[in-house]
Design a protein around this ligand. Structure first.
Ligand SMILES: C[S@@+](CC[C@H](N)C(=O)[O-])C[C@H]1O[C@@H](n2cnc3c(N)ncnc32)[C@H](O)[C@@H]1O
Length: 277
């Protein structure tokens, strides 16, 4: 495990994932019934940008650094949370900020140091549980949540070549146990072939009696995805997207591209329906 999220915190792909995460959590909280979020690959929770690893790479300058001042209307909720939380919030800190008293958050993180940081962040918080454990295995072990309502975020580091396909297996495992749950899985877009293969595998996973249904993918790319050595874009596949997802998410993607794009050839956004409801 070499990947450390601190080097990439607040970059364009973090902004895309986190802006959509905030939208998803707000959507779940439209109903008063309690929900639980499972964050299978949680990271360290929050990150300094002006010191340490994030300052060394400077990736955040091309991400949250371009959104902080006068954000477009559809991004004000996300950017307001970032401003309010001080350090750049990862998925656990954003989720915690949006929990109501009846909701809960379960975080899994395998890296000992990051898991320790996360534990300290949420020490004494009765609404948050932190486990140093394998997030893939947690999909089988920790679902469904007692509340029977919730969001599962799957955000692996993609260090293994087959990790993009573990997404499909992980979604299947989770969905078999928690069919009413909302699942969101982030994936990198470097070049087209693996994304095409992921879409095809998800469509394939919808076949048969226990097949997944209602799957969409939101994507943003800063340039033509043709260089396999470069993160050219990213996507979020969502199973059971909440009401208005397909109407409102394209506006968020376009606003992100407007600010984060550098007008390179082939930049764009897409919302693709992969499997019908
Ligand atoms: C992309 S980062 C997560 C970022 C976080 N979700 C956020 O948005 O702030 C991926 C994390 O997964 C952790 N990790 C790697 N393999 C794991 C596994 N099998 N189970 C749980 N965590 C894992 C890494 O240590 C890393 O912190």
């Amino acid at each position: 495990m070499n990947y450390r999220h601190a080097f990439h915190a607040g970059n364009f792909s973090d902004c895309m994932k986190h802006a959509l995460l905030v939208w998803l959590l707000r959507a779940i909280a439209r109903k008063p019934a309690p929900f639980c979020m499972l964050d299978t690959h949680a990271g360290a929770g929050r990150y300094a940008l002006d010191a340490g690893p994030a300052a060394r790479t400077g990736e955040w300058h091309g991400g949250i650094g371009r959104l902080l001042d006068d954000p477009p209307g559809v991004l004000t909720d996300y950017v307001g949370l970032v401003r309010g939380l001080g350090l750049y919030p990862g998925s656990p800190a954003l989720a915690r900020a949006l929990l109501r008293p009846q909701d809960c958050l379960t975080c899994c993180e395998l890296h000992a140091e990051d898991a320790g940081t996360l534990r300290r962040l949420f020490a004494g918080d009765a609404q948050v549980a932190v486990h140093q454990r394998d997030g893939w295995e947690a999909l089988g072990a920790l679902l469904p949540p007692r509340e029977r309502r919730g969001l599962v975020l799957i955000d692996p580091p993609y260090e293994q070549p087959d990790e993009i396909f573990r997404i499909v297996a992980g979604l299947r495992t989770g969905w078999m146990r928690f069919r009413s749950g909302i699942f969101a899985a982030w994936y990198p877009i470097k070049h087209r072939a693996p994304v095409r293969d992921l879409h095809a595998a998800l469509r394939q996973a919808s076949l048969g009696e226990a097949g997944l249904s209602d799957i969409v993918a939101a994507e943003l790319w800063l340039r033509e995805p043709v260089d396999a050595a470069r993160l050219n874009g990213c996507g979020l596949v969502v199973v059971n997207p909440p009401y208005l997802f397909t109407e409102e998410i394209p506006l968020i993607l376009d606003a992100l591209l407007q600010r984060l794009g550098t007008r390179e050839t082939g930049e764009g956004t897409a919302l693709v329906r992969l499997v019908d409801e």
